[in-house]
Design a protein around this ligand. Structure first.
Ligand SMILES: C[S@@+](CC[C@H](N)C(=O)[O-])C[C@H]1O[C@@H](n2cnc3c(N)ncnc32)[C@H](O)[C@@H]1O
Length: 237
């Protein structure tokens, strides 16, 4: 028996990989995340069992239950095609690593099907190249989720890299003000360009631009990718 950990891409079903679409079309069971689009789920056969295992932001305590559910499903369907469908790429802030560990511990084979990550697709869809010969020669993808938790992120190294380094912050909508202030306190210029891409690659895509110094005043809603650096000036609304 094999469980397929499949990346669903950033939202637009046309950004699924060919392999993801093929596996989804052959699935007997699909366990899917909160951010997977309905149009993508509709690619599964009508007969497939669809299991919503979506977590809301901040509620990660059910991850252990998801791991158990994956193992239980695999045991129940030894000859079935089991697709664990995860937003973007399964291994970028997707806890895919933990899920495959649980499968491996239970002796269940798995395959990972990489997906188009929103970390890169969202800026692209908004006209922002995360690297650019004149504007940025390096890029960091970071979570904004634990910006004020027990192990706060040290923003100093990123502030020190200046605007010609691109920072892509995931899960950063709620803490955007704190992140911006932390960077400014660490020496980043308040004039550093920023862009927020909401619901990227979907019909509801929205692009909001500003500078680090006015991030609090911007109207931004999750899911959003927060881009910081000179390349953000290239954003298209
Ligand atoms: C738990 S992470 C999962 C990331 C996913 N594995 C990936 O590779 O895109 C969820 C975060 O991804 C970002 N995200 C996912 N889909 C998005 C979309 N369509 N538009 C904007 N941001 C998105 C947001 O920052 C959201 O808070």
């Amino acid at each position: 028996m094999t469980v397929y950990l499949v990346g669903a891409g950033p939202g637009d079903p046309e950004l699924l990989t060919v392999r993801a679409a093929r596996l989804l079309g052959a699935a007997d069971v699909v366990l899917y995340d909160r951010l997977v689009a309905d149009e993508t789920l509709a690619l599964a056969p009508k007969s497939a069992e669809m299991i919503d295992v979506g977590k809301s932001p901040g509620n990660s305590s059910i991850q252990a239950r998801i791991n158990e559910q994956l193992v239980e499903t695999a045991v129940l369907h030894p000859h079935g095609v089991i697709v664990r469908l995860k937003g973007g790429d399964p291994y970028l802030f997707g806890r895919g690593g933990e899920e495959v560990e649980a499968l491996a511990e239970a002796g269940i084979d798995y395959q990972v099907v990489p997906g188009v990550t929103s970390a890169l697709a969202a800026p692209s869809a908004a006209g922002i190249p995360v690297t650019h010969r004149d504007l940025a020669r390096s890029v960091t993808i970071i979570t904004g989720h634990d910006a004020n938790d027990n192990e706060p992120i040290d923003w100093k190294p990123f502030a020190a890299m200046g605007p010609h380094h691109t920072l892509v912050v995931m899960m950063g909508a709620r803490k955007r003000g704190l992140i911006a202030r932390s960077l400014i306190d660490a020496g980043a210029s308040p004039d550093t360009p920023v862009a927020f891409i909401e619901n990227a690659t979907t019909a509801h895509q929205r692009v909001v631009t500003g500078v680090l110094g006015n991030v609090d005043a911007l109207d931004v809603h999750p899911p959003v990718v927060f881009v910081i650096g000179a390349v953000a000036t290239l954003a298209r609304p």
